[in-house]
Design a protein around this ligand. Structure first.
Ligand SMILES: Nc1ncnc2c1ncn2[C@@H]1O[C@H](COP(=O)(O)OP(=O)(O)OP(=O)(O)O)[C@@H](O)[C@H]1O
Length: 274
């Protein structure tokens, strides 16, 4: 994919006329990038995500995802294959109550034969740490396991762009690590682009870029070290900096450290030890 994975220009949207939920959003994401989108409740993150695979119709502006014009009705299914979503409540996403069937649905729907769809499903389930779960009832799984099944469904379709919307909200630390690993593998092995909508600032700190949404607008878009160490910006958007930044400020006040705040534990260790 030579062109940008996501190219949004002046996207605006209102569920209720006169009450905009997205205002003039412009965003570029390069193939293979991991972009975290943060913002307080109601800032428009999910609405933006829903535009990326045409779940929300484009009202104003221009949007291309994986080279496909999101306004082109004739390419909606192509777009949904290219851009897969994992939502906060994946239960609503499942088409079959049997895990393996659900994960195989996408590839089968997009033209794979029985064996191809089954192999893709088994491989994707292994990728998310759910090997052996293919006969399980999806509704009998925990919320975190369900999110991983939903991710497997996206991986099985070889989506170019993976959008996770609060997908770690119901996951325990081990499940979260498995999700992060599966997403990392998809990036490394297939060059997948990942857009991760999250309230987890520690997760955002590990992204290539962080986009801050505020009242439907992009309030900031930059490297994690620039965005997440800017307390004024974050406070204005109703957010708190990562714990590492808060710890750094305390150390700064105590005269122990000077210089720009690191945003990850690894950054903190190297700032203290190097
Ligand atoms: N289907 C809908 N009809 C009307 N208003 C909606 C609808 N969906 C969302 N909204 C409103 O649009 C605004 C943005 O919502 P959105 O879900 O995009 O925010 P968000 O940043 O994802 O929030 P959260 O962090 O709570 O998931 C909110 O004010 C919300 O109430």
């Amino acid at each position: 994919m030579g062109e940008r994975a996501v190219e949004a220009r002046g996207v605006s949207h209102a569920y209720v006329p006169g009450r905009p939920t997205l205002c003039d959003v412009s965003l570029d994401v390069s193939p293979g990038e991991l972009v975290a989108i943060v913002g307080e409740n109601g800032s428009g993150k999910t609405t933006l995500a829903r535009h990326l695979n045409a779940l929300a119709p484009l009202q104003e502006g221009a949007l291309r995802v994986a080279g496909i014009d999101a306004a082109d009705q004739s390419r909606v299914w192509e777009l949904r294959r290219a851009c897969g979503m994992v939502f906060q409540n994946p239960e609503n996403q499942f088409v079959s109550s049997v895990v393996g069937e659900d994960v195989a649905f996408g590839p089968r729907n997009f033209g794979a034969d029985e064996k191809g769809a089954r192999d893709a499903a088994l491989s994707a389930l292994a990728d998310v740490g759910l090997a052996g779960f293919e006969r399980r009832d999806v509704h009998a799984l925990s919320g975190g396991q369900q999110q991983r099944v939903a991710l497997a469904g996206v991986l099985a379709c070889s989506a170019d762009v993976i959008v996770l919307d609060e997908a770690t909200s119901m996951i325990d630390p081990r499940g979260r690590d498995e999700l992060v690993r599966a997403v990392t593998r998809a990036r490394e092995e297939r060059g997948a682009t990942v857009i991760w909508i999250t309230h987890d600032m520690e997760l955002a700190a590990r992204a290539d870029r962080v986009v801050v949404m505020r009242d439907g607008e992009v309030a900031a878009d930059g490297a994690p070290e620039d965005v997440l160490a800017n307390e004024t910006l974050l406070e204005g958007a109703g957010l708190e900096p990562p714990l590492v930044v808060r710890a750094w400020r305390e150390l700064e006040e105590a005269g122990v450290v000077v210089g720009p705040a690191p945003v990850t534990v690894e950054g903190l260790v190297s700032a203290l030890c190097d």
